[in-house]
Design a protein around this ligand. Sequence first.
Ligand SMILES: Cc1cc2nc3c(=O)[nH]c(=O)nc-3n(C[C@H](O)[C@H](O)[C@H](O)COP(=O)(O)OP(=O)(O)OC[C@H]3O[C@@H](n4cnc5c(N)ncnc54)[C@H](O)[C@@H]3O)c2cc1C
Length: 511
Amino acid sequence: MEFQHVPLWQVDQILDEFPSLQENKKTEVTIVGAGITGITTAYLLAKKGVKVIVIDRDKVANGTTGNTTAKVTAQHGIIYDEFIQHFGEEKALQYYRSQIDAIELIQSLVQDHDIDCQLEEQDAILYTNNEKNRDKLEKEYKAYQKLGIKGEEMDRIPFSIPAKYALKMKQQAQFHPIYYLKTLVDEIKKNGGEIYQNTVATDIENGAHSIVRTINEQQVQCNIVSNHVVIASHFPFYEGTAFYSARMYPSRSYIVSFTSEQEFPGGMYLDIDQPKRSLRTIKHNNQPIWLLAGEAHKTGQYKNSDTPYKILKDFAKKHLEPSQFHYEWSAQDYTTLDKIPYIGRLNKDRPEILVATGYRKWGMTNSTVAAKLLSDLILEKDNPYTALYQPTRFHADPDLKKFTSINTNVASKFIQGKLTTNDRNKTLQRGSAIKKKQNGQNIGIYKDENDELHAVDTTCTHLGCELNWNDTEKSWDCPCHGSRFTYKGRVIEGPAIKDLDQIHDMYEDKN
Ligand SMILES: Cc1cc2nc3c(=O)[nH]c(=O)nc-3n(C[C@H](O)[C@H](O)[C@H](O)COP(=O)(O)OP(=O)(O)OC[C@H]3O[C@@H](n4cnc5c(N)ncnc54)[C@H](O)[C@@H]3O)c2cc1C
């Protein structure tokens, strides 16, 4: 295995390629986004005989789903004590039950279709080496006891990573997400569903039916007329009046994978101290590969001078005896104001539009909760979790404080970005970028390995925030809402639909 800057999940390239949409279509349900949310929703509906069309601006499962760590668990950090304090025991229990239902649904699909995706039971373990956090974790254990969650206290973890206290949630799981989704994609096709890639949804028009406007990579514009639209595009590409831009923030994390001299002792680990580290294994080419994740930061706001990959590798070398590093990759996810995802109808005026987003890096189960809930809404079946995940909710207390701080941060990034001055004196190295002001416009210039320069307007095409250079992934990233662009200006991910303007007349500084 050579070292590669790609996610381990995607190395085998087992997923089919699909055409882009070339003509207008009519269907019962249009699903925008072919990650785990869109594919699972399409699967559940297609199995019930509903005609579905899934479109993706990229390929199937090439977004966050293809870059995850794929722990399948209801242990989502320390949340149950907080949920009990904020929303009461009943809602905290509902959240837990919905996640367990999701794990059971994944298990039953794997069993029904005999999916070879390494789904296996594992305990999930949170740990800390910090006295203050020990107190929090002990409170979390009490919350487990109140909610009837099968937990266990531990006074150490089986690695040389220092830890004074740990909390186990028993009988959770892990899998290979792409092998799992491959079968669901095959089933969607078998049941009459259609999938199109390289097809961007740009808008939803209102009418007797919803019309999803699309444009494909050859710039052909098509409409899909449907009764329902499911927005499964990670950040909702269409917000209506739901203001997701003000109600979620994006955070990136990094993953390095390696073989180790040590034998992995089993379990899936996450520390609750800063900086956080997450650990699990997966068999790849018959070898156990360790996945170490961490170095989370708000998108577009990385501050350390060392790259996240270097920091993670140094941590692995210090504690986990790596024999060889193999793959590394990164991804981002969105967190809502109250840490509960937004899943359900977009708003009262557009009940035919459904949305699922804001999984806080726990999307293997949350996407499955979403797929069940959204398909139940479309099939007009009751679902016990509709109210809990309602996207239109707004919890004034205690989220108000958080809401203000999230928005203050976005506003300050916006203003800060707009005031950025020239970086002219810096020499531009190969593989790096600078920002420059030209005729009143902020431009970002990247020098590639052949000394060719690529200049773009660094104003985000989503809502106009100023982009920052991400030197680790060589991309222009938006610190406000997480849109990301290649150095040539092409949208990679996030809510932006339009590419950045390329600048061809740089260095003609007329100021
Ligand atoms: C580093 C990291 C580790 C994680 N680890 C775990 C874990 O261990 N366990 C866990 O439960 N969760 C984990 N998560 C979270 C989980 O991976 C995500 O929540 C989940 O994959 C999101 O799936 P999705 O289908 O909603 O989004 P995505 O997989 O991002 O799919 C959205 C799709 O929509 C497409 N799209 C976007 N805009 C448009 C448009 N306008 N038109 C057409 N298509 C569009 C995109 O191309 C993309 O394919 C992790 C997340 C991160 C960042």
